[in-house]
Design a protein around this ligand. Structure first.
Ligand code: IVH
Length: 707
């Protein structure tokens, strides 16, 4: 199947009818193929977002050419035919799918469409539920006993996976029946008598945490790991060995009654969820009911940024008309009921071509393999590079140059390659061999016992120096504005900077030379001004505090928090440099590894040279009023800060409180001595008020510290 061709073929409004028709036919067979890969083989070769693109294009062509639509169009049925290896189960009612809405406008358009069909929709209530990315399953209960479980299949006929589903602990094997006295206390309300034959539908899935643990176990056992929870869940249920299913952390949430005989069932989705819960089924806790569409959309949108709070993968939220009779009367279009819509989250995973693997050198000399990708859009951003973590990862996942790979970009996380799509390999892919020398300084690389990473151990490696300087000047460290990547690169090239201390002896000429050599097109200011500003920023940074300098020196494992503790414990760099591992471990949060790393840092001749040079230029801060923890005017007091303060930054206020012996914590409790209140405070303010915690402003804080 020529995937590239399918992705390149784009709907073109000027196409003549004949080529549009053949494009349409082509598109249909592409989608059939991808349905088969997804629903039958459980090994899709494209991402959901790419599939949606193909499907949307098909729908658009059909909307303009309704005469072309035949019952075999992918828009006319759900999923693909059941695989041969399981018995078939005819569903008692069609197992429908959902039309997609991408954003609030689409959801409003859906609402308008259905409102035009039925005016009652205007005042309808809506239920919003997570759209779980798992495998749709249909569960049959006769006289309260679980008798059969099936996959969705093509929506009419599914596969009998009863034996496998039985192993899923979340599925009740028995539910209360209509015998009054045997009904458990948690059973349904007396208004709804449980039906003698009940068919419910839900989504089987593997929660994210369990998925990660499973992959870790597989990795430790030297077995192949899985790409994502959805495929793993589907694969675990759609194979013939129930023992294997049982070993997978599968669970389920139910959301629909497909069919019932005898008894009575609720006629609203909200009541239905409560009813299913009372019967003993697992039901989502994130569902909410709203009195109008706008509130439903607003709630739905909050999940765009909160989706990671859910313990499972969700690819959107479902907005459903609460009144199930009204929803049913609205009927459906193809396989999609009109009474509900899937509000999709922006895509986070796509597939693309891995063009090359390049290696960069981190601050500690660690070699990091990076993927060079065929540029691809993920959630509005073009991604061309992604991390491959380390060389073991590449080997484990058998990632080859030329592979089509699944790439994920979620939230703040750096895009990373999840793994290769093995099934569409052409044979031209190349296995990757890690480099034996550093790609920058060409010195041999080393591997340390017990670590997966490879390191360049050449202290003079320019790449390491570059990273060290980037870190030294960064905002949380010495905060030197104007020493950007390009200038630093030139200064290293010209030999003006050989270690971080050389920053303080930079001449105006050396800076001018670097600035002029640098790509000037993007520069707005004259070189002289840039050089003067930079020299001023460097001079200013000499006033930075000891904790910042310790952070800037970049000892392994020493971040801003431990730097502050080290500074207040030792008071200056002379004392710190003489400390042995035992002394260091007296400090909270410093364990044997970090202690060792600190001692090692001070032992190295290159670092001793740096310290000497720093002292020579007068950069030798001493912790003001060095004192043991708890001493000082604020000793023994615990502070929580909320909102923006008039002069002190977040960091600044923390430094102020701690240097005066106080403690800063994140959350308000009865033990909090003071809440320091700024502009636009968060919920901590309410909490402090409710607990009766004393509230002060920045001035108040300064007064207490002076007293
Ligand atoms: S409602 C008529 N609710 O999403 C009922 N579906 O793309 C139609 N899904 O095939 C389905 N969570 O497998 C519904 N809370 C939820 C869902 C949900 C996941 C799946 C379901 C469906 C697919 C539609």
């Amino acid at each position: 199947m020529d995937f590239e061709k399918a992705m390149q073929l784009r709907y073109n409004p000027t196409m003549d009818t004949k080529s549009l028709r053949s494009h349409y036919e082509d598109l249909k067979s592409q989608i059939h193929f991808h349905n088969y890969r997804y629903h039958v083989l459980d090994t899709p070769v494209i991402s959901d977002a790419e599939y949606d693109k193909l499907m949307n294009e098909l729908k658009r062509i059909e909307a303009e050419n309704p005469g072309w639509v035949t019952p075999d169009s992918p828009t006319q049925r759900a999923g693909a035919k059941a695989a041969e290896r399981f018995e078939k189960v005819r569903h008692p009612a069609p197992i429908l799918s959902l039309a997609n809405a991408f954003g609030a406008e689409d959801a409003r358009a859906w609402f308008e469409r259905v409102r035009k069909l039925d005016e009652r929709v205007a005042s309808a209530k809506f239920v919003v539920e997570p759209k779980i990315d798992g495998l749709s399953v249909v569960l049959h209960y006769r006289d309260g006993v679980f008798v059969q479980g099936a996959t969705r299949g093509d929506g009419e006929v599914g596969e009998d996976i009863t034996a496998n589903l039985r192993t899923v602990k979340a599925i009740p094997l028995k539910i209360p029946v209509e015998t009054g006295d045997r009904r458990p206390k948690t059973g349904p309300s007396p208004v709804h008598r449980p039906p003698s034959y009940l068919v419910v539908r839900g989504e089987a899935f593997i929660p994210i945490k369990e998925f990660e643990e499973l992959n870790q176990q597989l990795e430790e056992a030297g077995e192949k790991t899985y790409l994502n929870p959805r495929n793993t869940a589907a694969g675990s249920l759609r194979q013939l060995d129930p023992a294997l299913t049982a070993s997978r952390p599968l669970t389920l949430l139910v959301y629909q009654i497909v069919y019932s005989e005898g008894g009575s069932i609720p006629t609203s989705q909200w009541e239905l969820l409560k009813y299913l819960k009372a019967l003993g089924f697992p039901v989502t806790e994130a569902a909410k009911r709203f009195n109008d569409i706008e509130s439903a959309i607003a709630y739905t949108e909050t999940w765009n940024t909160r989706r990671d709070e859910l313990p499972y993968e969700a690819d959107g939220m479902v907005i459903k008309i609460d009144d199930l009779n009204m929803a049913a009367e609205l009927g459906f279009v193809g396989k999609d009921p009109r009474g509900a819509t899937a509000f999709k989250f922006p895509a986070r995973e796509v597939t693309t071509q891995l063009l090359d693997i390049r290696v960069s050198v981190g601050r500690t000399g660690v070699l990091i393999p990076n993927a060079v990708l065929q540029p691809v859009e993920i959630n509005g951003v073009i991604v061309e590079r992604a991390t491959l973590h380390n060389f073991d990862y590449i080997a484990e996942k058998d990632i080859r140059v030329g592979d089509r790979v699944l790439v994920k970009r979620a939230g703040e996380v750096i895009p990373y390659v999840i793994g290769p799509v093995v099934d569409i390999r052409t044979g031209k892919e190349r296995k990757y061999k890690p480099p034996q020398v550093c790609p920058v300084c060409e010195q041999p690389v080393e591997h340390f016992e017990g670590e997966v990473a490879w390191y360049c151990v050449n202290a003079a490696c320019p790449a390491q120096l570059q990273r060290n300087i980037e870190h030294f000047v960064s905002r949380g460290a010495m905060d030197i504005n104007g020493l950007g990547f390009k200038i630093v690169e030139k200064l290293i090239d010209s030999g003006a900077i050989k270690d971080v201390a050389d920053i303080y002896t930079l001449t105006r000429e050396a800076i001018l030379e670097a600035v002029t050599k640098k790509d000037r097109k993007t520069e707005k200011e004259p070189p002289g001004k840039i050089a003067d500003n930079l020299l001023a920023a460097i001079a200013e940074s000499k006033n930075q505090s000891l904790p910042r300098l310790i952070t800037a020196l970049g000892m392994r494992g020493v971040g801003e928090v431990s730097a502050r503790d080290l500074a207040s414990h030792f008071g200056n760099l002379d004392a710190l440099s003489k400390a042995n591992a035992e002394d260091l471990q007296e400090i909270e949060g410093v364990g044997p590894n970090i202690a060792e790393a600190i001692v090692d840092w001070f032992k190295r001749p290159a670092n001793q040279k740096i310290l000497k040079k720093l002292k020579a230029v007068g950069l030798w801060p001493v912790e003001q009023g060095k004192r043991e923890k708890g001493e000082g005017k604020l000793g023994g007091l615990t502070f929580v800060v909320t909102g923006t303060l008039p002069t002190l930054s977040r960091e600044g206020v923390k430094e102020f409180i701690e240097s005066n012996g106080g403690k800063v914590t994140d959350s308000v409790s009865k033990k909090t001595s003071y809440l320091v209140l700024g502009e636009e405070p968060g919920s901590k303010y309410e909490k402090a008020k409710s607990l009766g915690v004393k509230i002060i402003d920045e001035d108040g804080l300064k007064k207490i510290a002076k007293q």
